[in-house]
Write a protein that binds this ligand. Structure first.
Ligand code: TRP
Length: 335
């Protein structure tokens, strides 16, 4: 019998270097990214071009980009198995986004909720990049002919837009892009702010007590959990309306692998103080090896830079095929 070589499907995702990743990024995205390396051909990148849509301090952005890259590696993204790179190191992304811009419609971009939110938040800097942000993102995805794109709820609309744009382009110019699907892992826990458990934990929150950075010290982590906002009841149960406690139960569950029922039992009759301490310790224990590995990597600048260069080179080779195809199809004269 002839053997058919099974080619793995491609997963692609990006994360912005706007600060050290939070526990939310880790639990909601990066642990899944790490696990997906088993079954998929994965591409992960630092979306530094996207970060420019909001004003950045240049030296900070550079630092954060190095750190974000080292963090991906420290979290188990393996550059031997997966394609890992920095977006701006691969110029096909910016080029692709121009071509796609000419197929994207003002109307659909104006309907993007992230654009509306960010415009309201940065009213003094509603730049054109903020508006065409989803087009750059579509290019990131389409260049690599990705099958699946794991994204959080906040990026779902951008993925829908990517699919529409790919279909439109393919319709007008002939088949160039694979139309990607979203990938929404069952275990993708949504981690909420420790200070306002009705909103998502965010690394750009002005109040550092609202989030756990995955590089926070053990004591800092424990203190932030001690101060976590909860309700005025005493029972540790997962129930509608107990947003703070629900969030802590979710975090503890992911950290320890225990079910909600087991956790409720474990803390029956114990106060919030005891529970908060247990959550803080569980998180600190889990993040310790990542922090150690990060510290080792970030001290080895040469290794990071070499790994970035290898990633960029490989990414360029793959993405150039799609870009050239698109250029030909739209009628650009190839040199
Ligand atoms: N916009 C994404 C975010 O902020 C990051 C991103 C950029 C991305 N390009 C992408 C995610 C391509 C998935 C695929 O979360």
């Amino acid at each position: 019998m002839e053997e058919v070589r099974q080619v793995k499907q491609r997963i692609l995702s990006g994360i912005q270097p706007t600060g050290v990743f939070t526990l939310g990024n880790y639990m909601g995205a990066i642990t899944n990214w790490e696990q997906m390396q088993e079954d998929y051909d994965c591409a992960y990148f630092i979306a530094d071009l996207h970060s420019l849509t909001v004003r950045q301090e240049p030296a900070q952005l550079r630092k954060h980009t190095m750190e974000a890259f080292a963090l991906l590696l420290a979290c188990g993204i393996d550059p031997e198995r997966s394609l890992v790179f920095v977006q701006s190191h691969v110029h096909t992304h910016a080029e692709m986004s121009w071509i796609l811009n000419c197929s994207a419609l003002m109307g659909e971009l104006g309907r993007m909720t992230q654009f509306k939110d960010k415009s309201a938040k940065h009213a003094d800097n509603i730049n054109a990049g903020l508006f065409t942000y989803p087009v750059l993102m579509a290019g990131d995805i389409l260049l690599y002919q990705a099958d699946y794109v794991p994204v959080g709820a906040d990026q779902k609309q951008h993925l829908e837009f990517t699919r529409d744009l790919a279909e439109r382009f393919n319709h007008f110019y002939g088949n160039v892009f694979k139309v990607p699907d979203g990938y929404f892992p069952k275990a993708g826990a949504r981690v909420m702010s420790l200070q306002d458990p009705t909103s998502k934990m965010s690394k750009s929150d002005p109040n550092p007590n609202a989030y756990i950075s995955i590089l926070d010290d053990r004591n800092v982590i424990i203190n932030k959990f001690k101060r976590a906002v909860t309700d005025s009841e005493t029972e540790i149960v997962y129930r509608e309306g107990k947003d703070g406690i629900n969030n802590l139960i979710t975090i503890y569950s992911v950290m320890t692998g225990k079910s909600f029922a087991e956790i409720e039992k474990e803390f029956e009759g114990k106060g919030y103080g005891v529970f908060k301490l247990a959550v803080g310790e569980a998180v600190a224990d889990k993040l310790q090896p990542i922090r150690d590995e990060f510290n080792r990597l970030i001290a080895d600048k040469k290794y990071i830079e070499e790994t970035m260069a290898v990633g960029a080179e490989r990414a360029y080779k793959i993405s150039r095929r799609t870009l050239d195809k698109a250029k030909k199809k739209v009628g650009l004269l190839m040199p």
